[in-house]
Structure formats: structure tokens, C-alpha cells
Design a protein around this ligand. Structure first.
Ligand code: MG
Length: 374
């Protein structure tokens, strides 16, 4: 099944396995099983109603966390195949990487982190891991999804040293300053390619940023002019799509070529030897700088756009109000979370709020605070 994989790729044979022993799957690989478990999880279905920049009800045309995760998986898989990495593992990581996100994207996470500041804070990477390790309640023999080490390693992109100390085997790399598997490195950069480009696309289609503004950005301008030159009479909608498509292609190609060169030079002979090396999956310096320019642009002109800030402000208000109401009156929590509150304390409130979709959080806010419900 794995004869197409390079020696530095993660495989069923070199995997560190699952926390709770299970018989190997028949007819599919361990990482296909992980991917399948992610797809069947409750948290995965909720991604459809969670957003990053645009709140779900603002329009049906914008990306949700679900479509974002699918785009990340698509980009990561094509590159994985070219690098002879484990495509099923990058897919599982990509589909799972945002499972722990709060409603309302970063505004929701920042608010929840603030609410949890005296109780260990809140970080969506750690929460994604908590979803797959603890919170999913589907299997008879264990909590969570009992995923392989390598999938969990890929989900946990970041951790502080103090958190890492509580994470056992998974925390080691943060304490010892080691890298992740190449598959995890790849999924991380595929995430970056996906969100930068779809935020450009959604941003332009929403009217919050314009093509004229984007023409100041080198990587965008280059692709835009190419499309205009090839198709002088192209309609704007197609022009945007062709430009974004060109950028994704350039980034994915650059990442493939550069990473291939890094891998050839370092020549890791196993996933563990790759973990001992500096990060090998990466862009060329030129592309890295162009990506950073685009990121800065998006930050300034889209994420800080007053219309987005108004929504972020509302999100902050909703999350903070819900949290403080539950904190001062845990009996307001649904029974299930009241029980969890006695076991986990404030973390149970964070779990409840983080699990909400945008629209559920808005409804819950109304149920809690509207004197007359409409
Ligand atoms: Mg993401």
C-alpha cells in the first residue's frame, strides 16, 4: 500500500501508533482511518457554521471553516504526492487542524483566551487536540477519536513550554526544540496558502478590499497582469478567480520545488531523522517575502476593516457575556456541562463555548439575555 512513499514519510510501519491499542484496520491504512474518524466527528460537521473573517450569516458565498479545511487538504495532498509524503496523514491533519476553533474566528478565540486567563488560557490548537483526544463522545472504548501520534502531532502546531510539560510524548518536541514530521510541516504551510488566497478572494467579492488596492501587492499584481494579458476582455469575477488560482499554483509549486531541494540536501532516512533536522518544508525566500507582504495587506485592510471590526466587537461581547454568566452561575449551563464543570471547572465552560457554531452562540446569547425572545 505504501510503496510510493519515501523513507522519510510517515507510514503505518513506522507510526508510533495510538494511545489505546486497536487492531489495525482492514482494507484501509491507519491514516485513512484517522481521516475517516475526523470526517465522522461532530466537531467536523460544526465547521460548516464556523467562520474566520466573515460571520456565517453574512452570506453564503464566503468560506467557512469547513470549506477552508477542505481547501487545505486539497493543497496539502497534491504537494504530499509530489514529495512522496503520506497523503492520507496530511489529509487527516488538514481536516482536523481547525476542529478546536471557537465561534467567530480569531475574535472569539481572543475573547475566550481573555476569559480563561486565570485558568490556563485558551488556545485553539490545544483545543483541537482536546477535541480529538477528549471531547468527542462516539466510541465505546475511549473518549475522543484515539488518533495516531502523527496526526495528533500535526494538529498541535504550537504550545508554550509550560503547556508542553503537561502533554507527555506530544509536548517533547517543544521542550527539546525538535521539528515535526514533514507531513505536519506541509499541512501547516498548506493552511497558510489556503487562507491567504481565499481571504483575498472573499475580501474582493465582499467589496471590503478592491482590485486597485491589491495591485499594490507584488504577488497579486504579477498574476493579475498575466491573466489580463492572456485574456484582455475577461469579466471581473473570472479575473479574480484566475488570479487567485495562479497565486495558489505559484505558491504550491514553489513549496514543492524548494522542499524537494531541502529534502535532497538533508537526506533524512526516516520520519524521526527528519524531526531531528531543521524544518525542511518551506518556500523560497522571494516567495516567503511576497507572502508576508500579502499577509500584512490583509491584516491592515481586511481583518482591521471597520465592518469586520464591528463583527469582531460583537463576537467579543457575545463570548465574554456568555462566559461570565456561566462562571457566576454554573447552574445556567446545560446539565451535561454542569457535570463537566464539577470535573474540569472553567475548562468545561470554555469547552462549551468553543464548541458552539456562530449561529448557536448568537442564539444562546439571545436565550440567555433577551427579555422577550423574538
Ligand atoms: Mg486553518
Amino acid at each position: 500500500m505504501y510503496n510510493h512513499l519515501a523513507p522519510y514519510a510517515v507510514s503505518d510501519t513506522n507510526s508510533r501508533g495510538r494511545r489505546i491499542h486497536e487492531n489495525p484496520p482492514t482494507g484501509r491504512s491507519q491514516f485513512q482511518r484517522d481521516r475517516d474518524r475526523v470526517i465522522h466527528s461532530t466537531a467536523f460537521r460544526r465547521l460548516e457554521y464556523k467562520t474566520q473573517v466573515f460571520v456565517n450569516h453574512e452570506g453564503d458565498l464566503f468560506r467557512t471553516r469547513l470549506t477552508h479545511s477542505l481547501e487545505v487538504a486539497q493543497i496539502a495532498r497534491s504537494i504530499a504526492r509530489n514529495l512522496k509524503l503520506n497523503e492520507e496523514l496530511v489529509e487527516a491533519i488538514s481536516l482536523a487542524h481547525d476542529l478546536g476553533h471557537t465561534p467567530f474566528g480569531h475574535a472569539g478565540q481572543d475573547a475566550l483566551n481573555h476569559c480563561m486567563k486565570d485558568h490556563g488560557g485558551f488556545e485553539h490548537n490545544l483545543q483541537s487536540l482536546r477535541v480529538v483526544d477528549v471531547l468527542e463522545e462516539r466510541y465505546a472504548r475511549f473518549d475522543g477519536l484515539n488518533l495516531c501520534f502523527e496526526t495528533r502531532e500535526g494538529i498541535l502546531k504550537r504550545a508554550t513550554k509550560s503547556k508542553a510539560q503537561t502533554l507527555g510524548e506530544l509536548g517533547e518536541r517543544f521542550l527539546r526544540g525538535r521539528s515535526t514530521s514533514l507531513e505536519a510541516q506541509l499541512a501547516n504551510l498548506a493552511d497558510e496558502i489556503a487562507y491567504n488566497n481565499h481571504d483575498v478572494d472573499d475580501g474582493v467579492r465582499s467589496g471590503l478590499i478592491t482590485l486597485a488596492q491589491l495591485e499594490e501587492i507584488e504577488i497579486f499584481a504579477r498574476h493579475l497582469h498575466q491573466v489580463k494579458q492572456d485574456y484582455p476582455n475577461i469579466a471581473e469575477k473570472r479575473l479574480i478567480h484566475e488570479t487567485v488560482r495562479g497565486m495558489i499554483n505559484t505558491l504550491a509549486t514553489d513549496l514543492t520545488v524548494q522542499s524537494k531541494a531541502h529534502i535532497e540536501a538533508a537526506n533524512p532516512n526516516s520520519p524521526d531523522s527528519a524531526r531531528e533536522m531543521p524544518v525542511l518544508i518551506g518556500f523560497s525566500d522571494t516567495i516567503k517575502h511576497q507572502q508576508q507582504e500579502l499577509k500584512r495587506f490583509l491584516h491592515k485592510n481586511l481583518y482591521k476593516h471597520y465592518q469586520v471590526m464591528r463583527m469582531s466587537n460583537k463576537a467579543h461581547h457575545i463570548v465574554t457575556k456568555l462566559f461570565s454568566a456561566f462562571e457566576s452561575g454554573p447552574t445556567l449551563l446545560p446539565f451535561k456541562y454542569q457535570h463537566k464543570f464539577s470535573d474540569y471547572g472553567h475548562q468545561a465552560i470554555a469547552d462549551y463555548i468553543a464548541g458552539m457554531t456562530d449561529r448557536y452562540a448568537i442564539r444562546e446569547y439571545r436565550r440567555m439575555f433577551a427579555i422577550i425572545e423574538d
